[in-house]
Write a protein that binds this ligand. Structure first.
Ligand code: ZN
Length: 71
């Protein structure tokens, strides 16, 4: 299933953008030390959006995925 328009619109955006209304908080991922990943799942399309930060001093941003986390 394809991500809905709201999910597509959220992906790639800076982390200060709040999650869209169909996103529900999912358990956080713990990719690695120093990185954060707050996971949300969309009620509408079932896709996962992850608010992730590549490192301590890097700005966070939204990534569209299904639980996969880039190494
Ligand atoms: Zn969606």
């Amino acid at each position: 299933m394809l991500p809905c328009d709201r999910c597509k619109g959220q992906a790639g955006r800076p982390g200060h953008l709040p999650p869209h209304p169909d996103l529900e908080k999912a358990p956080d991922l713990s990719p690695r030390e120093g990185a954060t990943a707050h996971a949300y799942q969309c009620r509408k399309c079932g896709h996962m959006l992850v608010l992730q930060s590549p490192g301590r001093d890097m700005p966070d941003f939204w990534v569209l995925g299904d639980g996969a986390f880039p190494a």
